[in-house]
Design a protein around this ligand. Structure first.
Ligand SMILES: Nc1ncnc2c1ncn2[C@@H]1O[C@H](COP(=O)(O)OP(=O)(O)O)[C@@H](O)[C@H]1O
Ligand SMILES: Cc1ncc(C[n+]2csc(CCOP(=O)(O)OP(=O)(O)O)c2C)c(N)n1
Ligand SMILES: [Mg+2]
Length: 336
């Protein structure tokens, strides 16, 4: 850390707090020491010192009971996922996640539930070097909302708008597993193997921060897959004014088949499942060797699944015999 980094300060515990009340709850569960925050928690605002030469990357995502998770979900996993889906957005920008604000609506002050949630949240915060700098806590239907801030060297962020026809399309890790996990919870899929792997992908997504940072200067566009591979690819296609051809025989379906999923289910989960938090990115063919070398360096499979075309907004699937089938670039839509 550069010498200009501020020491972290935290305000003194609030003397007006009762052991059961809102402020005691915050002090008990959400006041662990910060590593790089000028002033955190306990004041009207946190004070942050971005490092010289960096610009701030800021994003917000919330998880709502019944929409993003089942109400009986394990609180430790939920704590992890609440922060991880936000860290993933900064990974997709090539940014370094640094600070989070956590806003909670809780139906009751269930201390054991909140303690487990906080443990999961802080596990993710420690893993990715994020300080919890503040937030808000209220009574209400269970809603877990994070605003995340990170830093990226000025001008080097990975956006959705920089890709060009002819670029390769890449995806990290194993998209589709989390959607199989959701099918398991719904009782619509019983795996013959790797069920725990599917549930882990759904409950404990692993944000690809190191990959995002390594892609600065290599990728022409990037995003994280939350709504499904095709739907999220569609955002790059719109913003970069391109189309896409996906290569059927390059799609990473083998691990999905290994769970016992039918070809139709495996394909639907891979292309349209969502909840993956893998990175989808584009890069010119000249970057192929450098990107291929990143996979082993990061211990993360990177698969080249297709090519950007100059037919804006269209997605075609090319089979091994060269046949082209049109696909709809639609993803998860809360109101669709
Ligand atoms: N209520 C809102 N007010 C302003 N901007 C919003 C709002 N909701 C979403 N956005 C913006 O719309 C874009 C798409 O949102 P979303 O699909 O949630 O992105 P992501 O998949 O990266 O989380 C983002 O840039 C987000 O900041
Ligand atoms: C109970 C439950 N139902 C459905 C899903 C699947 N699901 C809910 S929201 C969503 C898409 C991602 O959520 P969104 O709020 O659109 O994330 P963003 O694109 O903003 O990152 C998915 C795949 C789930 N994980 N749990
Ligand atoms: Mg969002």
């Amino acid at each position: 850390m550069p010498s200009s980094a501020p020491a972290s300060r935290q305000n003194a515990p609030d003397a007006a707090a009762t052991t059961a009340g809102e402020f005691a709850l915050i002090q008990r569960h959400f006041s662990r020491p910060c590593g790089h925050t000028a002033l955190a928690g306990g004041d009207d605002a946190a004070l942050l010192h971005p490092r010289p030469g960096m610009e701030l990357a800021v994003s917000a995502d919330m998880l709502v009971a019944g929409t993003h998770f089942f109400p009986d979900a394990d609180p430790h996993d939920l704590g992890w996922k609440t922060l991880a889906v936000n860290v993933s957005d900064l990974a997709a920008m090539g940014a370094d996640p640094r600070w989070a604000l956590l806003s909670l609506a809780l139906p009751a002050a269930d201390d054991a539930w909140i303690a487990a949630f906080a443990d999961g949240f802080y596990a993710c915060a420690e893993r990715f070097g994020v300080d919890l700098a503040g937030g808000d806590t209220t009574r209400g239907p269970l809603t877990l909302s994070v605003t995340i801030l990170g830093e990226v060297p000025r001008g080097q962020a990975l956006t959705r708008a920089g890709a060009n026809a002819g670029d390769d399309i890449w995806v990290s890790g194993q998209p589709g597993l989390a959607a199989l996990g959701l099918e398991m919870l719904r009782g619509t899929f019983a795996p013959t193997a790797d069920g725990e792997r599917c549930l882990a992908a759904l409950h404990r997504p692993q944000p690809r921060v190191a990959l995002g940072q390594a892609l600065r200067g290599l990728a022409s566009a990037a995003l994280d897959i939350s709504d499904g591979l095709l739907g999220d690819l569609g955002h790059i296609l719109v913003q970069s004014r391109c189309g896409a051809t996906l290569h059927e025989d390059a799609l990473p379906l083998a691990a999905l088949y290994a769970t016992g999923a039918s070809p139709a289910l495996a394909r639907r989960c891979l292309l349209a499942g969502g909840d993956d938090y893998e990175l989808l990115f584009c890069a010119p063919p000249a970057a192929r060797a450098a990107i291929t070398a990143l996979g082993p360096a990061l211990a993360l499979p990177l698969t080249r699944i297709g090519t950007l075309s100059d037919a804006p907004g269209t997605v075609a699937l090319r089979s091994a015999d060269g046949t082209l089938t049109a696909l709809a670039a639609r993803g998860y839509d809360h109101f669709g």
